[in-house]
Design a protein around this ligand. Structure first.
Ligand SMILES: [Zn+2]
Length: 257
């Protein structure tokens, strides 16, 4: 009888340990969440956006490229965004197409040209510790992800399209390589109603939706721009549905990788 009981306990422990070693568990949070990232160096517009959306207690991640050629006003604006609680992330010292650059010149040259000067600039001149990196043009490869994780805690690619919310690859996947959906108006899938559908699904399922955009403007006049109205629709929905705003580093803190 005794050995039967011990056998049962042993089987139970095996089941529990097998379960805990299975696929990494999906991260879910109460009411879901949203990550809004912005690429390049539209500091003046980003600062204006922050002043408008403070009321929603929003938090964004600003992924900065070409930092070596920015004006003192831009640098000041970047520090103001950082001081306001937003994350400053890397987006390339030269803003190159990572996969093509690595294929052409090799990984070491890519790291020495695109990544090291970026990190050094921020460490030495701005005292900002870059924890996240967004690939220019979304161009990457698993070998580059594996290399960059030696320098950053999380990297962000892009996956555009109008897949149904259940099939979107742009929810936080409990990994240090994440994908974002574009909000810019020139993208074929652009639709504030679609963005709200994705948020509603995240809200219902406890998922964290990741977006990216470039330049926020009152009136869209060209590519790589998103209207303040679209951004406000997202922030308002998140705020009204008690969805939390996360930065890319917040995701890294939650990841099992
Ligand atoms: Zn860019």
């Amino acid at each position: 009888m005794k050995s039967y009981v011990w056998g049962m306990i042993a089987s139970l422990l095996i089941v529990i340990s097998a379960t805990s070693c299975a696929q990494p568990e999906e991260v879910t949070v109460p009411n879901g969440g949203v990550v809004i990232t912005f690429d390049d160096h539209h500091f003046k517009d980003w600062l204006k956006t922050d002043s408008l959306f403070k009321a929603y207690e929003w938090k964004a991640t600003f992924c900065v490229s070409l930092i070596g050629s920015r004006s003192p006003e831009d640098i000041q604006s970047m520090h103001a965004l950082h001081a306001a609680g937003h994350e400053i992330a890397g987006h390339g010292y030269l803003h190159v197409h990572a996969a093509a650059y690595v294929a052409l010149k090799g990984m070491d040259t890519y790291i020495n040209d695109e990544i090291i000067p970026l990190i050094e600039y921020f460490e030495q001149d701005s005292m900002i510790d870059l924890r996240a990196y967004a690939y220019p043009y979304g161009s990457h490869h698993v070998s580059i992800d594996n290399e960059l994780i030696n320098y950053f805690d999380i990297v962000r690619g892009i996956k555009n399209g109008n897949r149904s919310p259940e099939r979107s690859p742009c929810y936080f996947n409990n990994s240090t390589t994440v994908y974002a959906l574009g909000l810019d108006q020139n993208l074929f899938h652009h639709s504030p109603d679609y963005f709200l559908d994705l948020l509603a699904y995240a809200n219902q399922e406890g998922k964290i939706m990741i977006f990216y955009a470039h330049r926020p403007v009152e009136t869209v006049t060209g590519d790589y721009q998103v209207s303040l109205a679209t951004l406000e629709t997202i922030c308002k929905y998140a705020c009204e549905h008690q969805m939390h705003f996360y930065t890319l580093s917040d995701l890294a803190n939650m990841s099992d990788d």
